[in-house]
Design a protein around this ligand. Structure first.
Ligand code: PEP
Ligand code: MG
Length: 864
């Protein structure tokens, strides 16, 4: 048989490969090479299985002859990557009436009947394709039920249950080969990243009898904890000897971890336990992985049926990879490649314990990861009141606006009915590290009566406790058990190794000192985007902003803004100090001014009182400032050109803060970024005013300082005309949120309503606000970068839209020669790891195929 490449008895030297026989077959061969007690196994190659699916069986007698007479066999799948799955294993092949009679003598009737019945049932369902309902009514108790099952089989198939082990094996092989070719199996594995023509191998293995005088049983064994990744012997063991009941029919489960359910394996079979410990340790070193052993104890003797990678949570993945590298078993580079970047987000936040029960009320877009439990509140004031009582709350809004930021600060999580992945709630939620679900449009929000109605009709009111799982997008009832964030030593080691490898910079988008501190904690190399408008929503500042909006003249505006100057200066000084000389890129004021005006009658009355003007003046001004299309209206640099006093004040605050922060620390070179540019002249006008403010501050203070001025490329025109904009800019930063909005002509705040329909119907492959549209928006990025470099060869290039933290976008930006990406502080570790993997992949050569595979995995993970 060794000479037949399609059916191979696995020996130390047999030609068995992952690419021809699959991972399980190869792993078994490795175990045999380690001289571990693996039962006789025959591997069928991908080619053999393909041929079987087409109706050409290999020599089944030759396979059966490899095993001792009367041995029962099992068949298991062996795909190239265990994640791609495969048909379920079929056990006890070879059971027939003769074997039943023999086993009845040694095991007793009931035990023999249980083995035979299980086989009949499994064969009927998996091979003869009978409906499982056929056996529903038959009780599972001994020889009577066996007879009933055999009868049911005969009635349904008009055939006797096959008695020839060869015939049984041939039919099992045929059904498993065909199952792999089925449409749903094919689609399922392709969704996990398997190529369309992925092959399936099969292994036929001798089954070890689970009976005898000594201890008998079966189980799984591993050296680490599946959830934490910490060293801990764990597993499951089912003893046949205890009570002499066969194959789980009533026998107690006995656990390796000693607990109240029964004696541990260590107590039952100390020699076998020691042997398994040694075997697992040997496998860890030689297979360079934490392995779970599937074993059988027959008469006190250990047999190893299989070894698989220990199943693991995200935090265990990191811990296991780092420990393997620290023990010198793998290199730090390999450890980095073994952790999927997006999985890191689970470590950075609290999460719902995967093992706890979930009572789902509804779902929306998972906009900011992590989970939090709190009482429902429907407005910012209630959120703040709740925070002052130290009671966690979930802020529920139809959508959020800048006015809700203070409520978001006070809340433990946010839920909105509307919005997409770059809507206001989503962006702020990510920045604050606050679990957030947006676009939960299948739930009914009645903010007036303060209720939300779940998808199944349950009505929730203010004060009810819910949990927001911002990682899955599910709204859960009550307070399921949580797992805390895990920024432990293993995480820190992995991040340090990542930084040593990567070749693209990673900065954070940070608006507040808290954000900046988070960015520092995650070792961001600077701030790539500070959205200054959020600084104006503090109640004390909001009123000044409103006064400024109501001022009639330029002087009037400047005078009011002068009151904001010290506050802004303070903001920037704090940011510069926290960042300790690392670059800080401050974006000048961006939103339309009317976002600062009250929309409700009560708010307008309050404002009239504060400004001491008639409420009709307030209402008129609010009406006057309304725009049909505010996101395409008077905002960004357009305000800088037409209401220049705001930028003047901000520039002065930045420069004065620069001098203050440089006094006591590293010299600061602030970066100032102009939003929403579409024409060169806009940059020239703003630059002239900023230069004038800089000169004034220099001469007033008698001190020199530098600053870098840059442009945010957020309109298609800015990308197209980058060559004439670049000479006036030290850097171009691509704001892909607005750039995506404008390239598609698709409102980022309204897209949530129909995005899922668009994706379902295949109009968009993914939400372009979530995953960078490389074909369209990406084309503008490439064009803008190329033309920017023509206009200014030394120009710095970066991306600061929400896409910046997405591994696929990082691959794109790295390829396009960008200097850095900037993303939410909580995405920084993901970005650092993704960048490291790209650099390692690049160094390893064979870039194209392995890069494509890596991107495939990232994308598949992103879609989950
Ligand atoms: C952008 O448009 O990509 C951006 C970063 O700015 P904002 O999200 O504040 O509009
Ligand atoms: Mg923008």
């Amino acid at each position: 048989m060794q000479n037949n490449p399609n059916t191979t008895l696995i020996t130390a030297k047999a030609p068995v490969n992952v690419s021809t026989h699959g991972g399980r077959a190869k792993c078994l061969q490795r175990l045999i090479r380690l001289e571990l007690p693996v039962p006789t196994t025959v591997a069928l190659s991908f080619d053999a299985v393909r041929q079987i699916a087409e109706g050409y069986l290999p020599d089944v007698s030759a396979i059966v002859e490899q095993f001792s007479k009367d041995t029962l066999l099992c068949v298991r799948p062996s795909s190239e990557d265990p994640d791609w799955g495969g048909p379920g294993a079929v056990l006890n092949i070879g059971m027939n009436e003769i074997r039943y009679a023999q086993l009845s003598n040694t095991l007793g009737h009931d035990a023999a009947a249980a083995i035979y019945s299980r086989f009949v049932q499994s064969y009927a369902i998996n091979v003869a394709r009978l409906d499982p309902d056929v056996f529903d009514e038959i009780p599972n108790d001994g020889s009577d039920s066996l007879l009933a099952m055999l009868q049911a089989y005969e009635e349904e198939t008009d055939e006797r249950f096959p008695q020839d082990p060869r015939e049984q094996l041939a039919a099992v092989l045929g059904s498993m080969a065909r199952a792999w070719d089925g449409t749903s199996a094919r689609l399922l594995r392709q969704a996990k990243g398997a190529p369309a023509d992925a092959g399936l191998g099969l292994v036929v293995q001798e089954m070890i009898p689970g009976f005898g005088k000594g201890e008998c049983g079966s189980g799984v064994f591993q050296l680490v904890n599946t959830v934490t990744g910490l060293p801990q012997i764990t597993g499951r063991y089912l003893s046949q000897s205890q009570g002499r009941e066969a194959l789980g029919a009533g026998s107690a489960a006995l656990y390796l971890e000693k607990d109240e359910r029964g004696p541990s394996l260590e107590e039952l079979a100390p020699r076998a336990f020691e042997e398994l410990k040694e075997d697992a340790a040997l496998m860890r070193v030689k297979l360079r992985e934490e392995m779970q052993i599937e074993f059988v104890i027959g008469n006190g003797k250990v047999h190893i049926l299989d070894g698989v990678r220990v199943p693991r949570s995200s935090r265990a993945t990191v811990r296991i990879a780092v420990r393997l590298a620290q023990d010198g078993i793998i290199t730090p580079q390999e450890a980095l490649m073994r952790v999927e970047p997006n999985n890191l987000t689970e470590l950075l936040h609290r999460q719902v314990n995967p093992e706890s029960k979930r009572d789902v009320l509804g779902s929306g877009i998972a906009a900011s990861p992590g989970a939090a439990t709190g009482r429902i509140v429907f407005n910012s004031a209630d959120a703040q009141a709740s925070a002052s009582r130290r009671e966690p709350c979930v802020l529920v809004r139809r959508e959020t606006s800048p006015e809700d930021v203070r409520g978001m600060h006070a809340a433990a999580a946010v839920l909105t009915e509307k919005g997409g992945i770059t809507s206001h709630a989503a962006v702020i939620g990510r920045g604050l590290g606050l679990p957030c679900i947006v676009g939960a449009s299948a739930m009914r929000f009645d903010t007036k009566n303060q209720t939300i109605t779940a998808s199944d009709g349950r009505v929730l009111k203010a004060g009810d406790v819910i949990t927001i799982d911002g990682s899955s997008g599910e709204v859960l009832a009550g307070a399921p058990e949580m797992l805390e964030a895990a920024l432990d030593d293993a995480f820190q080691s992995l991040m340090a190794w990542a930084d040593a490898e990567r070749d693209i910079g990673i900065r954070a988008n940070a608006d507040t000192p808290e954000d900046a501190q988070t960015a520092r904690n995650f070792d961001a190399q600077g701030i790539g985007l500070c959205r200054t408008e959020h600084m104006f929503f503090d109640p004390a500042r909001l009123i000044v902003m409103r006064e400024m909006i109501f001022a009639e003249t330029s002087e009037g505006r400047a005078a009011v803004l002068a009151r904001l100057l010290p506050m802004q200066r303070d903001d920037f000084t704090q940011l510069f100090r926290i960042m300790e000389g690392k670059p800080v890129c401050i974006r000048l004021f961006d939103p339309p001014l009317h976002e600062f005006l009250p929309t409700s009658r009560a708010g307008q009355r309050e404002l009239a009182e504060a400004l001491d003007i008639p409420v009709s003046d307030v209402t008129r001004r609010v009406d006057e400032m309304g725009e049909y299309n505010p996101m395409l209206g008077l905002r960004g640099v357009r305000l800088g050109v037409t209401v220049p006093e705001i930028y003047d004040m901000q520039a002065r605050a930045i420069f004065e803060a620069t001098l203050e922060a440089s006094d006591k620390g590293d010299p600061v070179v602030p970066e100032i970024m102009i939003p929403l540019v579409s024409a060169r002249r806009e940059v020239e006008l703003v630059k002239a005013r900023l230069d004038a403010v800089a000169s004034a501050v220099r001469s007033e203070r008698g001190r020199d300082f530098d600053y870098r001025l840059g442009v945010m490329v957020e309109t298609p025109r800015a990308a197209l005309r980058a060559n004439e904009i670049a000479p006036h800019s030290a850097f171009l930063s691509f704001g892909t949120n607005d750039l995506t909005q404008m390239t598609y002509g698709l409102s980022r705040d309204d897209a949530g309503r129909f995005m899922s329909a668009y994706i379902q119907k295949g109009v968009f492959p993914e939400d372009p606000f979530h995953v960078l549209d490389q074909d369209g928006v990406g084309e503008l990025l490439k064009l803008g970068a190329e033309r920017g470099r023509i206009g200014n060869p030394g120009i710095t290039l970066s991306i600061c839209g929400e896409h910046g933290g997405n591994p696929e976008s990082i691959a794109f930006c790295r390829e396009a020669g960008f200097d850095y990406v900037s993303c939410s502080p909580f995405r920084v570790p993901v970005a650092r790891l993704a960048a490291a993997q790209l650099a390692i992949n690049h160094k390893m050569g064979d870039q194209k195929s392995s890069l494509a595979q890596m991107l495939w995995k990232w994308r598949a993970r992103n879609r989950k």
